[in-house]
Design a protein around this ligand. Structure first.
Ligand SMILES: Cc1ncc(COP(=O)(O)O)c(C=O)c1O
Length: 440
């Protein structure tokens, strides 16, 4: 955008109007953006930032990706809206066919909506219709969205305070949080840890499950990665109980972990996969995909979304997938392997780095107080204050990195998957310097 066409004068101007006219929930990252390209953000005052958070793990093929922008523009010229479920259109047909091709196993039919939370809610409805079961099992510390149904699955009071009651037929089981697990003391939780799910179904439910819903890597929970053994056991439990296994790929999907789907790392076939975030590189789109047998439990009128599967968003999604398949996922895998080694070095160097973990370009650095014991006497105490200060220092240094996790003490590397080695190196060095400065 040229100087002449800038709409506002300064960061302060935008922030002032946010304060006056938007509901006051927007302060968490607080870097105003006027324009963005690749892995770079520019604010209204002309400051540049290296973006290693991708607008919460969304712009996987880079800000302003030319192929995606061109595809969206071309579709804008054709037509913008027809309601996917009233006026069948080609971008939705093309995208659904593509998803049948690239999603795991025999998943074939998709429903398009606008966001992750809607994808999760729709998947629950479909699981109930298909199985006839009513209850849902989700994981403690999980995040599945903020509308009342998905909020019920979200295993964290922070998002629910003052919002209850949410749906009450959801039960939670421990997350596969190896670093803080009471059952195993390994890097990743095992099949024995997953056995707790079985016991919880016996003790907390009426054994009328429609679905077990899990994130293949728990993003908001703090980049928690299970083991293949844990996942296989969860699959077995779902089968034994007549429940569907819903894998929520909203955050970990679309190449983020160095595979198209995070579940590809675990050799487990899901019954429904939920998607959003990276699907259209920032245009609003969500989806859930199931086998034909499961999907056909929905009949006419069972579900609908006015905007869902918008043709412009579908066109952008097709271009995004094309980019992912043509080198971007490979880059995520390659850079992710390098990043993981570099973060492990930070764990060696600093006592306050309790754990580093992740897959591909979804990596977390858990900050702790090494002199205090963590919850339930496991590992070192989470240090949320340190993570907050490190995040602020990074921002001052021109790097936007996520700060999150159940205990708000995990630094989150989730950059656009097109990131270069030099950019990643700069982000790691900036994190190193920030930790050093904050612990000096
Ligand atoms: C795993 C997961 N599911 C669902 C959601 C909700 O997505 P949305 O914010 O698009 O509703 C999120 C958002 O962070 C997520 O990480």
């Amino acid at each position: 955008m040229s100087e002449q066409t800038r709409r506002t004068a300064s960061n302060r101007d935008v922030e002032t109007r946010y304060e006056e006219y938007l509901m006051p929930i927007w302060k968490s990252l607080n870097v105003p953006v006027e324009r963005a390209s690749g892995c770079t953000l520019e604010d209204f005052d002309g400051n540049e930032y290296l973006d290693v958070f991708s607008g919460i793990s969304v712009v996987n093929v880079g800000h302003g990706n030319e192929a995606v922008v061109d595809a969206a523009k071309a579709q804008l010229d054709e037509f913008v809206h027809g309601c996917t479920y009233v006026h069948p259109h080609e971008p939705a047909a093309d995208l659904a066919e593509k998803l049948a091709d690239i999603t795991p196993g025999d998943l074939q039919k998709s429903f398009f909506c606008n966001s992750g939370t809607e994808a999760v809610e729709g998947a629950i409805k479909l699981a109930r219709k298909y199985t006839g079961g009513k209850e849902i099992l989700a994981l403690e510390m999980a995040f599945h969205g903020r509308t009342l149904g998905s909020l019920a699955l979200t295993g964290n009071k922070t998002y629910k305070r003052g919002m209850a009651p949410v749906i009450n037929d959801v039960t939670h089981a421990p997350a596969p949080y190896g670093y803080r697990c009471e059952t195993c003391d390994g890097d990743a939780c095992t099949a024995e840890c997953a056995d707790r799910i079985d016991r919880i179904i016996d003790t907390h439910t009426s054994d009328d499950l429609a679905a077990i819903v899990v994130e293949p890597v728990m993003g908001e929970g703090g980049i928690i990665v299970p083991s293949e053994a844990w996942f296989r056991r969860v699959r077995e439990i779902a089968d034994d109980r007549g429940a569907l296994l819903v894998v929520d790929e909203v955050q970990a999907g679309y190449g983020r972990t160095g595979e198209m789907w995070a579940i590809d790392h675990f050799d487990v076939e899901p019954d429904i996969v939920t998607q959003a975030k990276g699907i259209a590189n920032g245009l609003p789109l969500g989806a859930f995909t199931a086998s034909a047998e499961v999907a056909d439990a929905f009949g006419p009128g069972d579900h609908l979304s006015t905007f869902g599967g918008n043709p412009v968003a579908c066109a952008a999604a097709l271009a995004t997938i094309d980019e992912l398949e043509n080198g971007v996922v490979d880059n995520a895998r390659e850079q992710g392997a390098w990043l993981s080694d570099r973060l492990a070095e930070l764990e060696e160097e600093f006592d306050v780095v309790g754990d580093t973990r992740g897959l591909g370009l979804m990596q977390g650095v858990e900050l702790v107080d090494p002199d205090e014991t963590g919850p339930l006497g496991v590992a070192a105490a989470p240090d949320a204050a340190l993570a907050k200060h490190v995040g602020e220092r990074l921002r001052e240094d021109g790097v936007v990195m996520g700060v999150g996790g159940f205990y708000k003490n995990v630094m989150r590397f989730q950059p656009p998957l097109v990131i270069s080695r030099d950019q990643l190196e700069r982000a790691v060095e900036a994190l190193r310097d920030a930790i050093e400065a904050e612990t000096a």
